[in-house]
Design a protein around this ligand. Structure first.
Ligand code: NAD
Ligand code: UD1
Length: 308
């Protein structure tokens, strides 16, 4: 396959590129490097199967991809922080919804055979406890501009498939973690922040009382879902990508501290706005439609992330 990976220099993107190149595909990474890094792709230096194109996905992708042969797209480029989207909703809309529309217009014009999109558990908003683990057909009630733009993107993917014949599949990733997740921003993923601090013996800060839950899924399991989505079939199909198990943020902090030898203190600060109380995926559709089951136990994935 000839695959464009938008956001391919980022955390999930660079692992996706590794897997595509390992199975023999040709890959074009389209990234503007606002959070992604060339170092995440350094292991492919010298291969003629990777092309890197520096471009903002919400401006000028036709020109950036001109002359390249593309048959499938993995669309991962996005502003990824829920908190940033609350502070800057116009940026989120332009990159996250606008970027998806640019990708879909390109796919329509070029006759692309499959677009796979990274949506999010954030589209569900606060799910009533009776509906946990949350199934794909549960009501979509996003609590943040990020969740709204991901849901709007899903509707656009469905529309381009139904009306313009562009095959599309999208996944609602739950909380993804693993090697190369960048801890440098206060809005980075919680495991990257906790791991970075616990390794140094620095204190961990929990927002709120720590009773909120998340379903943490290892990046290698997420990549297997993305590759399954790139195959023919399953157009206009959405599936959650999670483990089906939830852990409180408090439990997560204690686990990471104990894996690191137990020296970090755990502090508390005010809860974030737009915060979801409980999050856990129903995973039967991922298994039945795509043949993928998340395999990495949390403690093992954390050891890999912590490199211990
Ligand atoms: P990341 O920040 O590491 O990767 C995002 C990549 O997109 C970066 O390389 C960045 O430079 C690039 N990018 C951002 N805006 C761009 C633009 N306008 N044009 C071109 N490139 C741009 O984040 P990630 O965790 O790897 O997230 C990848 C995707 O998965 C995103 O769509 C995110 O919303 C989605 N997702 C992530 C999680 C998670 O827990 N990490 C969960 C649900 C969904
Ligand atoms: C994350 C992803 C988002 C994705 C969503 C899917 C990131 C940055 N965000 O959002 O892209 O769509 O999962 O479920 O990858 N927390 C602390 N202390 C910290 C940092 C965070 O207590 O230092 C708490 C937060 O308040 C939250 C939980 O940890 O309750 C997870 O936070 P975070 O990793 O930012 O992710 P989500 O907001 O769940």
């Amino acid at each position: 396959m000839n695959v464009v990976v938008t956001g391919g220099a980022g955390f999930i993107g660079s692992h996706t590129v590794d897997a595509l190149i390992a199975r023999g595909d040709r890959v074009v990474v389209l990234d503007d490097f606002r959070t992604g890094k060339r170092a995440n792709l350094a292991q492919h230096a010298g291969t003629d199967r990777l092309t890197i194109v520096e471009c903002d996905v919400s401006h000028g992708i036709f020109a950036a991809l001109a002359g390249l042969s593309i048959d499938r797209i993995v669309h991962l480029a996005a502003q990824v922080s829920v908190v940033s989207s609350v502070a800057n909703p116009l940026v989120d809309m332009s990159v996250n919804y606008g970027g998806t529309l640019h990708v879909l217009e390109y796919a329509k014009a070029m006759g692309v055979k499959k677009v796979v999109f990274a949506s999010s558990a954030a589209v569900y908003g606060d799910v009533p406890p009776a509906l946990i683990p949350v199934h794909e057909d549960a009501p979509r009630a996003p609590l943040s501009p990020y969740g709204i733009d991901k849901y709007a993107s899903e509707l656009a993917l469905d529309y381009y498939a139904a009306v313009h014949g562009v095959p599309t599949t999208w996944f609602r990733f739950f909380n993804v973690y693993g090697e190369r997740q960048d801890p440098s921003s206060p809005y980075s993923g919680v495991i990257s922040i906790f791991a970075d601090r616990a390794r140094r013996g620095a204190p961990l800060t929990i927002f709120g009382d720590g009773s909120q839950t998340r379903d943490f899924v290892y990046v290698g399991d997420v990549v297997r879902a993305v590759l399954a989505g790139l195959a023919d079939g399953n157009s206009r199909v959405v599936a959650n990508v999670g483990t089906g198990a939830e852990i409180t943020v408090r439990g997560l902090a204690e686990l990471i501290v104990s894996l690191c030898g137990g020296t970090s203190e755990i502090a508390h600060a005010a809860a974030r706005s737009g915060e979801i109380a409980k999050s856990c995926a129903a995973v039967d559709r991922l298994r039945d439609a795509f043949g993928v089951v998340a395999q990495m136990p949390l403690a093992d994935g954390l050891r890999r992330t912590l490199a211990i």
